[in-house]
Design a protein around this ligand. Sequence first.
Ligand code: HEM
Length: 147
Amino acid sequence: MSILAWLEASGPARILAQSEWLYPLVNAGHIVGIALLVGTVAALDMRILGWLGRSIAIADVERLLRPLALIGLGLVIVTGLSLFSVQATSYAESTVFRIKLLLIAVAGLNAALYQTTTHRLWHQIMAALSLLLWLAVITMGRLIGFR
Ligand code: HEM
């Protein structure tokens, strides 16, 4: 049995799949995580681009929003893996799902590269890219169910 089939047949995945209220609750948790993660990252990106809060130092915005972004990231990972476990084999075969994971990886790499430079123009390019990438991740996430 492959690891994906094992995951799908596991107790927690079966309970989640069969529960009338647990699945929607975990799904709602995924959305709350997305709101926290993408909302805070987008606010920081827009500050870096100079579209809002120009009187507030970027470092202050970062300090304020980072803990919320990390809570959101933790929530999307835990709830995302839980949702994934319900139909692991078919999600793993889905091109849309794979593109979504790839885009998440690229967005993560972009965020890591941001820390490696202090150059303002690079920061602005990375902030614009970050906005586009997270929008694409949300779009792909929404598309999974329709493909
Ligand atoms: C990191 C940021 C993430 C974002 C922005 C995101 C976005 C989304 C969105 C917008 C949906 C659709 C929700 C709905 O229509 O109710 C979704 C569903 C889903 N996500 Fe994520 N997601 C993220 C991370 C993850 C991760 C890490 C995993 C698993 C490894 C995951 C697995 C899933 C699954 C299995 C679904 C249900 C798809 C379906 O059948 O409709 N997500 N996600």
